[in-house]
Ligand binder design. Structure first.
Ligand code: AHM
Ligand code: MG
Length: 337
């Protein structure tokens, strides 16, 4: 008989990997898992209860917020507030960090950066959306947290993960010792280990980019796209183009099948579109832990020191050899230019 391992059981088991762990990170991950189940419930019934559509407010980037974005934001923050292990939440949906100063959290040493519901333009068409989160430890455990605790480079993450609300709901996370994926079994309401020790193939045949913006891309990226489209049987080209427009779903597919996800700078988004702190960094940490690469074309995403909370970055991540091939095109342009 196959025995199920739940997320809760797995987290406790893995605590032994960290000999001095007191269970705080385990509890924090558990809190995020619980909030994800609550958000999943609402995502699933969104079409039924008329909570779709714009809430009529704008987030800090000037984009429409959907009602589910707000709901997810509230749920994750509430779970982190009551869990007692988190002292600051930085969310895509809040202009400023939320400092948690309650009695239960007075010794909390973890910072959570989160995009509570990513890919929200997909909500009304019933396509996959996700949650992305990143966990840091306070720089100085004896002092009150400040924005500097949130603006640590991605290489200081102690854990990161995402939830994909797709045909099944999955939670995928890393604590720096590989990547594991859990699928929600709705019949028992538990995330169960379904994808142990996930590894991205070194080579892939899928490229994921919003090609409608082609004319606005830098030359190196344009050249790479053309390379992906040229016929060459030996390297399985032309590659397959797949783009949902929901970062979590696009990267999740490429993690499993092998591929590259690209969101470059463009004339519309001169600094890139995706946010470094709570979108790029967690996905980069996961992809690296799965054996892939994540860069802005020139440097590791995880080595960029954020200057502000909602900072954007160009990002290219996925199968190692695909990212390296892209780099060779970017370098070529630099040489010529
Ligand atoms: P969001 O945080 O407002 O949902 O935007 C992020 C999303 C990503 O999930 C996705 O990769 C990207 O925006 C799609 O952007 P575009 O429509 O420009 O291709
Ligand atoms: Mg987002």
């Amino acid at each position: 008989m196959n025995t199920l391992k739940t997320l809760g059981q797995f987290i406790i088991e893995k605590q032994a990997d960290f000999p001095f762990a007191k269970g705080e990170l385990s509890r924090l991950l558990r809190d995020i898992g619980i909030a994800a189940k609550i958000v999943n419930r609402e995502v699933n019934k969104a079409g039924l209860v008329d909570i779709l559509g714009n809430a009529g407010t704008m987030n800090v980037q000037g984009e429409d917020q959907k009602k589910l974005d707000i709901y997810a934001n509230e749920q994750f923050i509430a779970a982190l507030r009551t869990g007692g292990e988190c002292c600051v939440v930085a969310s895509e949906e809040n202009d400023e960090c939320v400092y948690i100063e309650s009695e239960i959290s007075k010794n909390a040493k973890y910072i959570v950066a989160i995009d509570p519901l990513d890919g929200s333009s997909n909500i009304e068409v019933n396509a996959a959306i996700g949650t992305v989160f990143s966990i840091y430890r306070k720089i100085n455990s004896d002092q009150k947290p400040t924005i500097e605790d949130v603006l640590q480079p991605g290489n200081k993450q102690v854990a990161a993960g995402y939830v994909i609300y797709g045909s099944s709901t999955m939670l995928v996370y890393t604590t720096g010792k590989g990547v594991n994926g859990f699928t929600l079994d709705p019949s028992i309401g538990e995330f169960c280990l379904s994808h142990p020790n996930m590894k991205i193939p070194k080579d892939g045949t899928i490229y994921s980019i919003n090609e409608g913006n082609y004319v606005h891309f830098p030359k190196g990226v344009k050249d790479y796209i053309k390379y992906c489209q040229v016929e060459d049987k030996e390297t399985s080209r032309p590659y397959t183009s797949r783009y949902i427009g929901s970062m979590v779903a696009d990267i999740h597919r490429n993690l499993i099948k092998g591929g590259i996800f690209l969101y470059p700078v463009s004339s519309a988004y001169p600094d890139g579109k995706l946010r470094l702190v709570y979108e790029c960094n967690p996905m980069a940490f996961i992809l690296e832990q799965a054996g892939g690469l994540a860069t802005d074309g020139y440097q590791r995403i995880l080595d960029i020191k954020p200057i502000e909370l909602h900072q954007r970055a160009a990002i290219f991540l996925g199968s190692e050899n695909m990212v390296l091939m892209l780099h060779s095109f970017l370098k070529e342009v630099k040489k010529v230019g």
